[in-house]
Design a protein around this ligand. Sequence first.
Ligand code: BES
Ligand code: MN
Ligand code: ZN
Length: 479
Amino acid sequence: MFCGEGVKFGPATAKALGPATELVARAAKAERFTGKRKSSLELVVPAGLKADRLLVIGTGKSADLQQQDFVQWGGAAMGKLPKAATDAVVFAELPGGAMSAEQAADLAQGAGLRAYAFDRYKTKRKDDDKPAANRSLTIATGDVAGARKAFAAREAISGGVLMARDLVNEPANILYPEEFARRTAVLKKAGVAVEVLDMKALKKLGMGALLAVGQGSRRESRVVVMRWNGGKKGVAPVAFIGKGVCFDTGGISIKSAAGMEDMKGDMAGAACVVGLMQALAARKARVNAVGLIGLVENMPDGNAVRPGDIVRSMSGQTIEVINTDAEGRLVLGDVIWYAAQRFKPQLMVDLATLTGAIIVALGQEYAGLFSNDDKLSERLTKAGEATGEKVWRMPLAPEYDKMIDSKFADMKNTGGSRWGGAITAAQFIKRFVDDKTPWAHLDIAGTGFDSRQSDINRSWGSGWGVRLLDRLVADNYEK
Ligand code: BES
Ligand code: MN
Ligand code: ZN
C-alpha cells in the first residue's frame, strides 16, 4: 500500500487496513517512518490482517509525481516479495485517491521488469532458494478494464526490455553472430520482417570494414535487417542501428585479462535494437521503423586484421586500422552507410558500447549523446528524462575530426591519444552519415551492462535504451 507524508492513506487503503491501523502507526513511530518518497515500512504478520506481510511505500508529496515514480514503486514492491510468497496485492491508491488506470499499469510494468532474473545456467539451486513457482502479483484498482488496456502497451515494451537483457546476459560461446541472427527470427511472430545477410551478401555489398573485424574469428559475421511497417505507406522510416560485437577480445591489440569477461556484453547496442523492434511491433506502433545490427566477433588469430592494415568500407572510404580494439566504429560505419543507402530514413539513431572514455566522462548514469541535429537531441533528452534512461549531449567539432585523419588512408580508427576518446569515436561514425540525415549516436558503454542497479533492474545486462527509444518514437514519430 501507499501512504503520503504524515503516513496518510487513501480511503480504500485505510479501510483495508482496518484493525491494523493502530499497528501501522506504532511501527511507523518506532521506525521513524513518515511516508517520505523512497522510504518504506514493513510489517510481518500484522495482527488483524489476513496477510503475512504488509509493505507501506512512502509517496512523499503527491504534487511532483512523475510516471517513473509509479514504475519504480511497482519494482520496489516486487523486490520486497519474499521468495516464499505466492500471491501479493498492491493497492493502486494514493492518499489523495485512486491512481489512474495508467498509473496502475505503470506499477505492473515496474513489477515485471524487477521480476526478471537470468538463471538458466544455475543447475544447483536448492528448492528453498528459488522463488515460489506459483507467484502472482495483483494490482487492485477500480478501473480494471482501463488498467488492462494501459498495461498492454507497457507489457509489449517490457517484453522488448527482457529480450534485450537475455541477449546481453548470454555468454559468447552460446551467442555468437550466427546464433544471435537466428534468435531474431522470433520477431516474425510479432509481424517484423527479418532478413539475415550472410558472408556472401556482406562481401557482395563491400562491407570491408565490418568484415575486417570478424576475419580473425572462427565464427562468421552477420548483419540482420528488421522492418516494422506500422505507419503510413511511403513515409520514410526511422532507423536504429546497433553494435553487435558478440565478444571483444580487442583482437591483435588484445585487451588485458582483468574484466575481459564483460566483453560478452559488447553487443548491448544490437540487443537494444532487437528489443526495440520487438516492442514497437508488439504494441503495433504506428510508425515505419527499421532496425539493423552488425554482428561480429573480435578475436586475435593468424587471419586477424593487423594494426596498420588498410581496409575499404562500403562507403568507399578507406580506413587505417591503428588499434584493432577500436572495432565497433568499423562495424557501425558500414551498417550505418548501408541503412542510409537502402532505406533513406528520416533519422538514424545508433547505439554502441563504444568507448571506455564515455564511462570516464559520464559514469554509469547517463549515456553519451552525439548528434548532428538539435531537434533530435532535444527529443532524445526529453525521452530520457521521461523514462529514466538519461542521455547527456557531448560535442562534435572539426577540430576533433582532424584527429582521425590518416597518413596513408582516408581516416584512421583512433584519435592518436586517449583524450576525448568518446568524441573521436563519434567523429569517426559521423564520417559515414550524410549531413542531411538527422543522426544521433548513443555511447552506452556505461549503461548497457553492469550498470546502476535500480528498483526495476537487477540484471547485469540492463536492456538499456529500449524504453528510451520506444518513448522517442511514441512521443514524436507516431501519427
Ligand atoms: N567495447 C569496447 C568499449 C568498452 C569498454 C565497452 C568497457 C564497455 C566497457 C570498445 O570496443 C573498445 O575497446 N574501445 C577502446 C577504444 C580505444 C582502443 C581507442 C577503449 O575504449 O579503450
Ligand atoms: Mn574494442
Ligand atoms: Zn568493442
